[in-house]
Design a protein around this ligand. Structure first.
Ligand code: THU
Length: 165
């Protein structure tokens, strides 16, 4: 039997906060700050997301929960949909994510959930440009993925709709 195995690898670079550029620090600070406006009375897991637009503007979002749980929305999508609603012609260049619970920022990084990854993939294909993802933890580490693709092996995007057999 001819068995084929595909090993997919991905690259995440871990920096310390201090090694980040001033702009990256600003974006991470904005994500941390945005956790304080999260509406998360059910999970008490307060997430902040900060986007850097092509024009240099920073847009933030946070998770917005609901008593009917699925009606809530993650921080990342809140930020992306706001940016796309207000600035549809501005490329999104980077996204920083931080989360706060039990009185402090999380010890581990928070990475985007599956649905947010799919939305970020759409952003990359829409603007034909990578979105750099910066994930912060309270050890002052920043995990960096150069593109959402790094977090999504075998992803389905608009190209998949037109692929030939
Ligand atoms: N959440 C986010 O906002 N972003 C993530 O990356 C992970 C999860 C939210 C959804 C929900 O309000 C809470 O965190 C707990 O899952």
């Amino acid at each position: 039997v001819q068995m084929k195995q595909i090993n997919l690898t991905t690259k995440i670079t871990v920096y310390s906060y201090d090694e980040c550029t001033e702009l990256e620090k600003k974006l991470i600070d904005a994500a941390k700050e945005a956790t304080s406006n999260a509406y998360a009375p059910y999970s008490e897991f307060y997430v902040g997301a900060a986007l850097l637009l092509e024009n240099g503007q920073i847009i933030t979002g946070n998770n917005q929960e609901n008593a009917a749980y699925p009606s809530g929305l993650c921080a990342e999508r809140t930020a992306v949909f706001y940016a796309n609603a207000q600035y549809p012609n501005q490329k999104i260049e980077a996204l920083a994510i931080a989360a706060f619970n039990n009185g402090d920022f999380t010890l581990d990084i928070t990475s985007p959930c599956g649905s947010c990854r799919q939305v970020l993939l759409e952003v990359e294909s829409r603007y034909n440009s990578d979105v750099k993802i910066l994930m912060y933890n309270r050890k002052n580490e920043v995990y960096v993925a150069e593109s959402i693709i790094s977090l999504m092996p075998l992803s389905f995007d608009k190209k998949s709709l037109n692929s030939e057999i």
